[in-house]
Design a protein around this ligand. Structure first.
Ligand SMILES: [Mg+2]
Length: 229
């Protein structure tokens, strides 16, 4: 069995560092197992979050939704994509028209193969991040943005990931693209496997045996489940 773990919300709190005792447990757990990581973030961010030891202990790490692949620190492939100007214009108009009062800066981030967009902005504090997440739960702002983009750009896909942002990429260039790089059955752990979430496309392809999907709320739940495996 291959094990694939989402990072944000599954192995770490969103965009934050791995808990030190969980890290020790996880390093032990992945010994003699075929483990891969997948994240919407770029490789340097994943390295900051889980550390080099974890990244070198797993078989591979897929970043920016599988558009980049690293094995033990070595780049194996990357697929670039420049979003069209019309899309950038639309994102800027979202920013201008959103009624959310705090705009902390760094709203449109071009990553390899995708664009990450956030109304509150990635420069926000942890407090502002949590506040936006609450606002979004109540107002479904990210779900609305997602719908609007996908209506206007049929060849573009949008998913909701982390706490404050959406990921935008060409159709099919989502987390599910990593499957072709992994031989054999996959047990996938993710926190956003519901429709519209950034683990959904991958989870959808793995829902039947011999594959398996485990939806978790946070890294604590992941740890509890791994202890029993
Ligand atoms: Mg996640």
């Amino acid at each position: 069995m291959n094990y694939v773990f989402d990072i944000d919300g599954t192995l770490t709190p969103s965009r934050q560092l791995i808990n030190p005792s969980f890290k020790l447990f996880f390093l032990e757990w992945i010994r003699n197992r075929d483990v891969y990581l997948i994240s919407g973030s770029d490789y340097p961010k994943s390295e900051e979050q889980v550390g080099k030891e974890v990244l070198h202990a797993v078989k591979g790490c897929f970043n920016t939704a599988g558009n980049v692949y690293y094995v033990k620190g070595e780049l194996i492939y990357r697929q670039d994509w420049e979003g069209p100007q019309d899309l950038i214009d639309l994102l800027e108009s979202f920013l201008e028209h959103s009624s959310y009062p705090i705009k902390a800066g760094n709203h449109i981030e071009k990553r390899i193969g995708m664009i990450n967009f956030s109304i509150v902005g990635r420069n926000c504090t942890l407090e502002q991040r949590n506040a936006y997440n609450l606002y979004d739960h109540e107002n479904q702002e990210r779900a609305r943005l997602r719908k609007t983009i996908m209506e206007q750009f049929p060849d573009i896909e949008v998913s909701i990931g982390g706490q404050i942002s959406i990921d935008i990429y060409p159709v099919g260039k989502n987390k599910s693209q990593i499957i072709r790089n992994i031989k054999g059955p996959i047990h996938f752990f993710g926190d956003k496997t519901m429709e519209g979430g950034n683990d959904y496309d991958l989870a959808k392809k793995l829902h039947s045996p011999p594959n398996k999907v485990t939806q978790v709320q946070n890294w604590e739940e992941t740890m509890q489940i791994l202890k029993k495996l």
